[in-house]
Design a protein around this ligand. Structure first.
Ligand code: FES
Length: 195
C-alpha cells in the first residue's frame, strides 16, 4: 500500500467514526423500543416490562371436572420501579374457565370499564335478573358469562370475552395459559394497563 493510499484510508476511517457514533445514538431509542430495558444502552439486561412473580397459579385437569368449571386465582405481576426494592408487586385477580370445546381460558377479573371486580354468572336467569342481560339471546344459545356489578357490563366468555352488554369498551385482559401434560400454568397477562 502506497503512502497516499494509506493516508486516504486513515482519513476515510476518521471521517466515518462520527457518522457511526451518530447512528449508534439514533439506534439506541429504537433498540429500547424493540427490547425495553431498565438502562438505555443495556440491551442485554432484564426487560422492564411487567412479568409474572411466583407463585405461578397452577391447575391440573382434575380441577376441571366438567365444562364451565370456573376457578378464581391471584396472579402476581412484577413491575420494575424506581423505589428502594426496585420493584412493585401487584396482585391481579383472575378466573380460569374450561370451555365446552375443551379449551381452558383465563381472564383478569378487573373490569375494563372502571376497574370493578366482575363475577362469573353460570345461570342465565340470574344474569337476566341481576345484570339486565339474558345470555339465552346469545348466538349459539345461553351460557355462563362474566358480569360486572358496578355498571352491568357483561362479557361472553366463549367468544373471546366480547362485550355483549353495558358500557365496557373492550373485553377483559386475557392471561396466557401454558399447558404441559395435564397441567395448566397461568404465565403472563396480556400487555396494557391492568384494567
Ligand atoms: S366498572 Fe364494570 S361496568 Fe363499570
Amino acid at each position: 500500500m502506497t503512502e497516499g493510499v494509506l493516508r486516504r484510508t486513515v482519513l476515510k476511517t476518521a471521517a466515518a467514526l462520527p457518522l457511526a457514533a451518530t447512528f449508534g445514538l439514533l439506534a439506541s431509542p429504537f433498540l429500547r423500543f424493540l427490547r425495553p430495558t431498565l438502562k438505555p444502552l443495556d440491551v442485554l439486561g432484564q426487560s422492564d416490562q411487567p412479568i409474572a412473580e411466583p407463585p405461578i397459579p397452577t391447575f391440573t385437569e382434575k380441577d376441571f371436572p366438567e365444562p364451565w368449571t370456573c376457578l378464581p386465582f391471584m396472579f402476581n405481576q412484577k413491575y420494575i420501579e424506581y423505589n428502594p426494592e426496585a420493584k412493585e408487586i401487584r396482585k391481579i385477580p383472575g378466573f380460569i374457565v374450561k370451555l365446552p370445546t375443551g379449551d381452558v381460558v383465563a381472564y383478569s377479573r378487573i373490569c375494563p370499564h372502571l376497574g370493578c371486580i366482575f363475577n362469573f354468572i353460570p345461570e342465565p336467569e340470574e344474569c337476566a335478573k341481576g345484570y339486565n342481560f339474558d345470555p339465552r339471546t346469545l348466538a349459539g344459545g345461553g351460557r355462563p358469562v362474566f358480569a360486572c356489578p358496578c355498571h352491568l357490563s357483561v362479557y361472553d366468555i366463549a367468544n373471546s370475552g366480547k362485550v355483549v352488554s353495558g358500557p365496557a369498551p373492550r373485553p377483559p385482559r386475557k392471561f396466557e395459559v401454558k399447558k404441559s401434560g395435564d397441567q395448566y400454568e397461568v404465565i403472563a397477562l396480556e400487555a396494557g394497563s391492568i384494567a
